[in-house]
Design a protein around this ligand. Structure first.
Ligand code: ZN
Length: 353
């Protein structure tokens, strides 16, 4: 039967949209003699494929059985069909299952299959500040099976404008301790663990990467940390994600080693671009004075939920978002910021080349 979430709509007598109007999921179908609409109406879960074919051939003799079977195959391949299943109500993931049916177009895969992939997955979140705390919370609510948090900071008053896992009662506590407790309260089905650790190089990240299916790097210091992560995950073959922001531009990167350009390919290409232009001089008054990192709950949470979204995509393929690059969101114009990355790996990349 047609997935309810993909229920078709007919415009006039000869045009059908199935899968909704979201680009990437919906499709338009021309239907000059109305038989496609008749086919879609009969795919309501009350008949077998053979009965549907017999009925359609009887009503539209100009379309032989092979046409009808091919059309049903096409709908199946496009991910618009599923086996009829009982309508259930209640349950933690009821709404998420409906969304999986909507955004997952893998033929023959059920929403429960997608949810099971999450339940079997292990994600390590490094840095549970603004981005990491949000991502860890989102992944916990979504039902990722195991979440391991790594951080070496304590909760401070200046964190409470954006780090949504913590309350005033947590001030002075290690973030990992407060985060683990709060995440367990949100979903006791998730195995949540924490490590009070400072990431000090590639070797430690390699060890962390071997213990998870996706490594989510939400720490931004020291400045080499993403390069360490790229190198570690290249060695272990672990998919990884980073999230961060520069003022009102938030961005996430997602990489599946061995399937395209790595993080460092994109960074090297960017440096080459800068080097080819005029020399760049930054205005730098008052050197040595430290300033607060510009961020609020909007930039932190927007980045964190995007990082969780692409992490879930790497685990489930639902939806199969583009990988191996960095994607931005401009909060000033409410549109996509620039993309950083290449279409293919740099042959001379020291990390993946
Ligand atoms: Zn590379």
């Amino acid at each position: 039967m047609i997935k309810f979430e993909h229920r078709p709509v007919r415009y006039g007598e000869d045009r059908i949209v199935i899968g909704g109007t979201v680009p990437g999921i919906g499709t338009e179908i021309d239907d000059p003699d109305g038989w496609v609409w008749a086919l879609l109406e009969s795919l309501d879960g009350t008949r077998t494929v053979d009965q549907v074919v017999a009925d359609l051939v009887h009503r539209y003799p100009t379309h032989p059985a092979a046409d009808v079977r091919e059309a049903i195959d096409d709908l199946h391949t496009a991910g618009y069909l599923h086996e009829p299943e009982p309508i259930t109500s209640g349950g933690r993931h009821q709404s998420a299952l409906a969304l999986w049916r909507w955004i997952d177009r893998t033929p023959g895969r059920s929403a429960q299959d997608v949810q099971m992939l999450l339940a079997q997955a292990r994600v390590t979140v490094i840095g549970v500040g603004g981005v990491g705390a949000t991502a860890a919370l989102a992944l916990t609510l979504a039902g990722v099976g195991q979440i391991h948090c790594v951080d070496d900071d304590v909760v401070e008053l200046s964190n409470l404008n954006r780090q949504i896992l913590y309350t005033e009662n947590d001030l002075g506590l290690p973030k990992v301790q407060a985060a683990v407790q709060r995440l367990r309260e949100h979903n006791s089905e998730v195995r949540v663990t924490g490590g009070f650790q400072r990431v000090d190089g590639t070797a430690m990240l390699r060890a962390l990467a071997t213990e998870c299916d996706v490594l989510l790097m939400a720490a931004d210091t020291p400045s080499e940390i993403r390069f360490w992560t790229a190198a570690a995950c290249q060695d272990t073959g672990t998919a990884w994600v980073h999230g961060g922001y520069e003022g009102p531009r938030v961005s996430v990167g997602l990489y599946r080693p061995g399937t395209g350009p790595c993080h460092d390919c994109g960074q090297i290409a960017r440096q080459h671009e800068l080097a080819a232009g005029p020399a760049v001089t930054f205005w730098s008054p008052g050197a040595g004075r430290t300033r607060a990192h510009a961020s609020n709950v909007i930039t932190a949470v927007t980045t964190g939920v995007h990082a969780a979204h692409v992490t879930m995509s790497l685990i489930t393929g639902a939806p199969a978002v583009p990988a191996n690059g960095e994607f931005g969101w401009n909060l000033v114009r409410l549109d996509q910021g620039q993309r950083v990355g290449l279409d293919s790996p740099l042959p001379a990349c020291p990390t993946c080349g």
